[in-house]
Design a protein around this ligand. Structure first.
Ligand SMILES: Cc1cc2nc3c(=O)[nH]c(=O)nc-3n(C[C@H](O)[C@H](O)[C@H](O)COP(=O)(O)OP(=O)(O)OC[C@H]3O[C@@H](n4cnc5c(N)ncnc54)[C@H](O)[C@@H]3O)c2cc1C
Ligand code: SF4
Length: 349
């Protein structure tokens, strides 16, 4: 029987890769460092996903069950790879549980790390309890508790969502756009307005990138149907006065300073490279691109490949990606691994 293929990371990309390989009769070993599968949408407790509108626990939870039930997928949670040696078709993997496994290839689906808002101290996170992140608002909604001020549990009457926190910010070494946070924020703004119709929601933006078909469903709908207000601004700081949070900045359309009080301020945090990437890069012998994400071989003809033959990549490990694209890349990497095996078999035959 053909050796299994190692998949590292059990988020949307890794789950898609495992399902594809098993469907083609290829055994695989799925290694996940956390104690459960599902990646960021499950581990961070996302609420309704964009653009499907499905609850993360149902949509990604369904992908998890499918993989857990697949006979050809051996799932190891709370496990990491400690050594990876050999060459295409004949790799030896050492695991943190002490096991040694022979595999023919590996697909790295190790994802991203959420930006830590403490790296943007002037915007109040870590100083004021009612400055929170989009992941915290996702958790408030998915837990069924509703959106509340953390300081005293009151329903906010005014909410500001600040876009591009930890993205498109040269000052803190993060030039990339995190792709999905404009859409996620517009969606959260609508969810807040639905739950709390008396609450005013403002989105502070540099540019709005609700790309492709998402423009109508999120950007325009949030304004026209849900009365969310958009302010094009450069934010200077978030402070507090008389029990309110004060967002200070410059309205860049009218070029005037603006100071507006809020009850709750939400940071739309971006996607950082996985903090394990240095280790992953040296363990698997794959390059990092200049921002610290795992580097892909040149695109099109070598989609899903890295600089090391037999080691493939997919999903947000390669840079900010949506769930749909991470899933598509997981499937593409699975196909690339099978193609490589097919080519090797032909050469031997
Ligand atoms: C606030 C927020 C909301 C979002 N909402 C949406 C949305 O509604 N719709 C959408 O399309 N996208 C959304 N995204 C983006 C979405 O989170 C990513 O597209 C998706 O999680 C990427 O999937 P992935 O499998 O590549 O990576 P991840 O989800 O990050 O999964 C990677 C997995 O690998 C594991 N891992 C990491 N390192 C190792 C290691 N060394 N060894 C073993 N395992 C490891 C991790 O524990 C994790 O389980 C959102 C992002 C943010 C920040
Ligand atoms: S998707 Fe929007 S909020 Fe996210 S980094 Fe890009 S422009 Fe900023």
């Amino acid at each position: 029987m053909a050796k299994p293929i190692l998949i590292v990371g059990g988020g949307p990309a890794g789950l898609a890769a495992a399902h594809s390989l098993a469907t083609f009769g290829q055994a695989c070993l799925l290694v996940e460092k956390e104690d459960r599968l599902g990646g960021a949408p499950i581990l961070e407790g996302y609420a309704k996903l964009v653009p499907s509108g499905e609850w993360a626990k149902d949509a990604i939870g369904g992908m998890v069950s499918r993989v857990e039930e697949a006979e050809l997928v051996n799932v190891l949670t709370s496990t990491t790879v400690t050594s990876f040696t050999g060459e295409t078709g004949n790799f030896t993997v050492e695991l943190s549980n002490g096991d040694h496994v022979e595999v023919s290839a590996s697909i790295l689906c190790t994802g991203f790390t959420h930006f830590d808002s403490a790296n943007k101290p002037e915007w109040g996170f870590g100083t004021y309890q009612d400055v929170v992140t989009t992941t915290q608002v996702e958790q408030m909604i998915s837990s069924g508790n509703g959106v509340r001020c953390l300081s005293d549990g009151r329903k906010p009457k005014r909410v500001a969502i600040l876009l591009c926190v930890g993205s498109r910010d040269r000052q803190i070494g993060r030039e990339w756009c995190s792709k999905i946070c404009c859409t996620v924020s517009a969606n959260l703004a609508m969810e807040i307005r639905e739950e709390l119709p008396d609450c005013h929601v403002y989105i502070y933006y540099m540019d709005i990138l609700t790309f492709g078909l998402l423009e109508t469903k999120y950007y325009w709908r949030s304004q026209e149907e849900f009365k969310v207000k958009y302010i094009k601004a450069r934010i200077a700081e978030v402070t507090a006065r008389d029990g309110k949070l004060i967002v200070k900045g410059e309205d860049t359309l009218v070029k005037r300073p603006i100071t507006i009080p809020f009850d709750l301020v939400v940071h739309a945090i971006g996607m950082d490279p996985n903090r394990d990437n240095g280790k992953i890069s040296s363990l698997f012998g794959v390059d990092l691109e200049p921002n610290g994400f795992l580097d892909q071989a040149s695109s099109y003809s070598s989609s899903g490949m890295t600089n090391r033959s037999g080691v493939f990549i997919a999903g947000a490990a390669t840079g900010p990606e949506t769930i749909d694209d991470s899933i598509a890349q997981g499937k593409a990497a699975a196909m690339a691994a099978l193609e490589q095996r097919q080519v090797a078999a032909r050469l031997v035959g």
